[in-house]
Ligand binder design. Structure first.
Ligand code: MOS
Length: 757
């Protein structure tokens, strides 16, 4: 592994438009379900997943005679005839419990229990409807709020440790002049990317001494994870699996894990020795592919009369599934967002017969800020303090949870900048005072935060004799800007215009990258691409100083080492005399017409545990609540973020705006409703599961401080995929309180809740 470059980051030249923009708007960008090659198209079979209709029990029999006789049916896989796989309770690389027809047990309503393969999708769906499934039901755990007494610590404590404390919280709370002790609720949510999960799998049979090979196109955030999971599950060497995903139509965390449909498609394809396409229906996105757990958060904050916080206690209870433990770390921000001498957080799980919980945009910090930041607003009101003033009074200059410095923290500037752009000084601290026509108007604010992550990553960079370049990395493009930033990063380090860089990603034959999750992609692949491109530049320089025909041949002794030569606009030049230059194209053409390439690796710095790398932001919201219907509308959100160096204005700010739209959605719309008797999601479609449309979204004003964090990585960039959602919910909730005087402590905030608050 290379250490990060100690040199200053190369200046970025931004691509003015998305690298993949034209392909997307013209429809040539291909998503997983759209591939029809390289296999013979006529061979393609369609698979349909059959789901259980009970939440708990076993399948006693499946009568498939009628389904087998239906037109176009090729085969039907059930727990009674499916091949045995090497499936344990933990699947690599992200430990997930998969139901892949290995036994007849039912753990939730909607669990995949059979797969029908046919010549068309309609034929597969019709045949599936003819299956006669007999169950032996067992009592199901479906009443979450009735089971809170069973809450327990996770079986394997994840990171961060879900039960942590500092100081003496009981004494701190007892000594506090002002106290908040309230319970805040966030619902189960489902990701609903526009592109549903989809897999096409096909096998190349063993021939000529070569083993059989598995290929898949998969809608994923993690091609390497899919590759490793399939290899392990199907018991074949990892290098005999190739996973491709040039575009992902949104993931938001749901496509970070390898779910059962991926394995089922590969398994079925191996049996029939034909390509198999398996696309989930929208309704199938509610259950088999994870959900954000619902959380119940009792938050106690104690402060002295001046507003100095003495203690914060956050006890969270959330649902998990009977299959595996998953923790939504909603208590995480309570440990570190503000100074407090004493702190106690607990996160406990209640086992349910629901589909498994999983990562969903801003896991932990979304639910955490959604709840803690209302409690902070309540505390400010009790203290008769401006909510922003309360945050400044308890500002954490260092990380109070881990007792170490931040790599870079500029949150104070975020508060100041966003407050001024918003016009916070015009806020009336008395709730329910501002009437405009029929609307009650309110202002609210909250703090945003998300950790900065990065993992080991590899990338390859080439320069061709025509002067153009190539960068390849097994990362993924979720619509976030990966293509664009990869091109820019390679171009900056090479000394080339990014328009001349071709990018390839989303193919497991490329150098390995981590999951595109946890807001870590740019911070992980960026330094690897930077390292590869710098090596290529060095090779070009060496070629030039040994080439008699080059103007840079054997430069003067002072320039002899490669430091005397740099590159710009696709040409090497002598720093001491820039008139002496040699274009990449001329140099490579003269030297055998060969391209030059290098592979680069990067990983977090060795001192990574000596500081906390974390992004922050300040979010301000203005809402209008109809005084008769109590329908809330978010008129304006103004937010400023401290995320290190912004790599690209268009893709970066778009990410943050998208996060805020999610924030509005979380605050006012989204909620997965699970039937308490049958255990099936009731609103398993986009008519019943509400997400905002354009009319629900008001003006969004996003700015970034753009202060580099080069301690974290040489590009100075922290991730921005998730911080945009954090803080936005509470800013809206607090604005609704300011508008109406009604404190709603349960999301989504709907008119009925405002009415009864
Ligand atoms: Mo994100 S929830 O880490 O894909």
């Amino acid at each position: 592994m290379m250490q990060d470059s100690q040199q200053a980051p190369a200046p970025i030249k931004q691509l003015p438009t998305r690298y993949d923009g034209i392909a997307k708007v013209t429809g040539t960008a291909k998503y997983a379900a759209e591939f029809t090659a390289p296999f013979p198209r006529k061979d393609l079979l369609y698979a349909w997943i059959v789901q259980s209709t009970i939440p708990s029990g076993t399948i006693t029999a499946i009568d498939q005679k009628a389904a087998e006789r239906a037109p176009g049916v090729v085969t039907i896989l059930t727990p009674f005839n499916a091949p045995k796989l090497s499936v344990g309770k933990s699947q690599p690389p992200i430990k997930r419990s998969l139901n892949v027809l290995q036994n007849a047990d039912i753990d939730y309503n909607g669990q995949p229990i059979a797969l029908v393969l046919a010549n068309s999708l309609d034929q597969a769906r019709y045949a599936a409807s003819l299956l006669k499934i007999a169950y032996a039901p067992t009592p199901a755990r479906l009443d979450f709020s009735g089971r809170l007494g069973e809450a327990r610590l996770p079986k394997s404590a994840g990171k961060p440790v879900p039960d942590t404390h500092r100081g003496d919280i009981a004494s701190a709370l007892a000594a506090s002049a002002v106290k908040i002790d309230e319970t805040y609720i966030t619902p189960v949510q489902n990701h609903n990317p526009m592109e549903p999960h989809a897999t096409i799998a096909w096998w190349e049979p063993s021939a000529g001494g070569q083993p059989e090979k598995l290929n898949v196109y998969d809608a994923t955030q993690y091609i390497t994870g899919v590759k490793q999971s399939l290899a392990r599950t199907l018991n074949i060497p990892v290098d005999d699996v190739r996973v491709q995903c040039p575009y992902t139509g949104g993931g938001f965390g749901s496509k970070g894990s390898t779910w059962s449909h991926v394995v089922l498609a590969a398994m079925a394809s191996r049996i029939v020795q034909k390509p198999v396409k398996l696309v989930l229906d929208r309704t199938q996105m509610f259950g088999p592919v994870g959900a954000r757990p619902g959380t119940i958060n009792r938050i106690q904050i104690g402060a002295d009369a001046s507003g100095k916080i003495l203690g914060i206690q956050h006890d969270a209870i959330m649902n998990t599934s009977v299959m595996e433990d998953f923790v939504e770390h909603s208590a995480a921000p309570s440990r570190m967002l503000y100074t407090a001498e004493s702190s106690l957080t607990t996160e406990k799980l209640v086992e349910m017969n629901w589909g498994v919980g999983t990562y969903m945009r801003g896991p932990g910090e979304s639910t955490g800020t959604a709840t803690l930041e209302i409690a902070m607003d309540e505390l400010a009101h009790k203290l008769n303090l401006d909510p922003l003033q309360l945050r400044l009074l308890n500002y954490a200059e260092t990380d109070p949870a881990r007792d170490r410095p931040f790599s870079s923290k500029q949150l104070k500037d975020c508060y100041q900048q966003a407050a001024s752009r918003f016009g916070w000084s015009k806020r009336n601290p008395q709730p329910g005072q501002q009437l405009e026509g029929n609307n009650l108007i309110g202002y609210g604010m909250a703090t945003a935060t998300y950790p900065a992550n990065r993992q080991a990553c590899q990338a390859i960079v080439k320069v061709f004799p025509n002067g153009r370049a190539f960068v390849g990395c097994g990362s993924q493009e979720l619509g976030t800007g990966t293509y664009t930033i990869m091109a820019q990063t390679a171009a900056a380090a090479l000394g080339l215009d990014p328009a001349f860089v071709e990018v390839k990603l989303g193919d497991s034959i490329l150098p390995t990258a981590p999951v595109s999750g946890g807001s870590q992609s740019t911070a992980s692949y960026g330094p690897a691409i930077d390292a590869a491109a710098r090596q290529v530049k060095l090779k070009l320089i060496q070629l030039a100083i040994n080439d008699k025909a080059s103007p840079l041949y054997k430069p003067a002794a002072t320039d002899l080492d490669t430091q005397g030569i740099d590159a710009k606009d696709g040409a090497l030049f002598l720093k001491s005399d820039p008139t002496k230059s040699d274009t990449f194209a001329a140099l490579l053409t003269r030297n055998g017409n060969q391209s030059i390439e290098a592979t680069g690796s990067a990983e977090p710095a060795a001192d990574r545990t000596s500081y906390t790398a974390q992004s922050f932001g300040a979010v301000f919201a203005e809402v209008a609540v109809d005084k008769d219907t109590l329908m809330p509308h978010v008129r304006r959100v103004v937010a400023t973020y401290d995320i290190g160096t912004l790599q690209n204005d268009k893709t970066g700010l778009n990410q943050l705006v998208g996060g805020i739209v999610w924030g509005v959605s979380f605050a006012l719309h989204e909620e997965t409703l699970i039937d308490p008797i049958y255990g099936r999601t009731i609103n398993e479609n986009l008519a019943g599961y509400h997400v905002p449309v354009n009319a629900d979204i008001g003006a969004i004003d996003v700015t970034v401080l753009n202060i580099p964090d080069t301690k974290f990585n040489p590009l100075g960039a922290r991730g921005i995929g998730e911080i945009g959602i954090t803080g936005a919910m509470a800013a809206i909730a607090n604005a609704i309180y300011n508008a109406t005087g009604k404190r709603v402590r349960s999301y989504p905030i709907t008119p009925d809740k405002i009415l009864t608050a």
